[in-house]
Write a protein that binds this ligand. Structure first.
Ligand code: PRP
Ligand code: URA
Length: 206
């Protein structure tokens, strides 16, 4: 079952600015960063810890640090808007890339680029894509991530459509979806409603 984080006041604040058709690219980028940081803090709940001792100025106590081996896989292009804020939340992470583009008529995504590290020994993969619409891009990306050996994968997005979540969960029932907001539905062109339009175009001012 997908997680909807939209009760969080910061998510509501940033999402409203992202949705607004008047928001210009520079502000859109700033709010993409802000909302991704909040979503990533929640997504990071799945991370495991290694216990370590730490000495405070007063005594020795038990601490913990993140188990190494976190990998981010942004789906090009729009996923790039989430990469830098995600890395700032989890330093020491690695990055793999996948390029997927939806056909404007059929809404079917095809892969035009992939540069993935060996994921068989990694601790956790976070796939980053702001928009989960039909779920086709996310499902294809996770298929490739698993083919590279990943065992623990989470799908992190800003807005998801219920139809896309259903398709994605049918293909990858073991992969949790963490969304800033689950929106109402897709329109006949497979855009999310109310949505925010084309995320990549708004992020890159194209
Ligand atoms: C958008 C978005 C997702 C995909 C979601 O990418 O960034 O990757 O559509 O749609 P889906 O769930 O129906 O597959 P797009 O193909 O527009 O490419 P872009 O990021 O390069 O703009
Ligand atoms: N991709 C986007 O950028 N927006 C949508 O609403 C659907 C797919």
């Amino acid at each position: 079952m997908a997680t909807d984080l939209s009760e969080h006041p910061l998510i509501q604040h940033y999402l409203t600015i992202l949705r607004d058709h008047r928001t210009q690219a520079s502000e859109f980028r700033r709010c993409s960063r802000g909302i991704t940081e909040v979503i990533m803090v929640e997504a990071a709940r799945s991370l495991r810890l290694d216990p370590i001792d730490v000495t405070t100025p007063l005594e020795l106590t038990q601490g913990a640090r993140l188990s190494p081996g976190v990998v981010f896989v942004p789906i090009l292009r729009a996923g790039l808007g989430m990469l830098d804020p995600a890395m700032s939340i989890i330093p020491g992470s690695s990055v793999g890339y996948i390029g997927l583009e939806r056909n404007e008529v059929t809404a079917q995504a095809t892969c035009y680029y992939a540069k993935m590290p060996d994921l068989s020994a990694c601790e956790q993969v976070f796939v980053l894509d702001p928009m989960l619409a039909t779920g086709g891009s996310a499902a294809q990306c996770v298929e490739q991530v698993k083919a590279h050996g990943a065992k623990r994968v989470s799908m992190v997005c800003i807005i998801a459509a219920p139809e896309g979540i259903a398709t994605f969960e049918a293909a990858h029932p073991d992969v949790p979806v963490i969304a800033g907001k689950i929106d109402r539905q897709l329109n006949d062109k497979k855009y999310i409603l109310p949505g925010l339009g084309d995320f990549g175009d708004r992020l890159f001012n194209t």
